[in-house]
Design a protein around this ligand. Structure first.
Ligand code: ZN
Length: 80
């Protein structure tokens, strides 16, 4: 009976250790990185995603420039 408890504990410790040692291996987390290889990243307020400023479409909103990832998001913003 004691052996089973030990095995469960070892398994749990292994899972915890694995999560601590390799937290950045998940490619989904890397996609959300706001800094893209030294390029300035901007946030699209419509779809909440980061992308390089060089690829952005912009709209002047008073004194501020707002950036969008695509024409579609820009249209949505303008219709609000
Ligand atoms: Zn967008």
């Amino acid at each position: 009976m004691r052996l089973i408890i030990y095995l469960i504990l070892i398994f749990l410790l292994y899972r915890i250790a694995k999560a601590f040692l390799f937290p950045k291996k998940n490619p989904i987390h890397q996609k959300k990185e706001p800094i893209l290889h030294g390029e300035e990243a901007v946030l699209d307020p419509i779809c909440q995603s980061y992308f390089p400023k060089a690829e952005a479409l912009s709209v002047r909103n008073g004194n501020e420039l707002t950036y969008f990832c695509s024409e579609e998001c820009r249209e949505k913003f303008l219709k609000k």
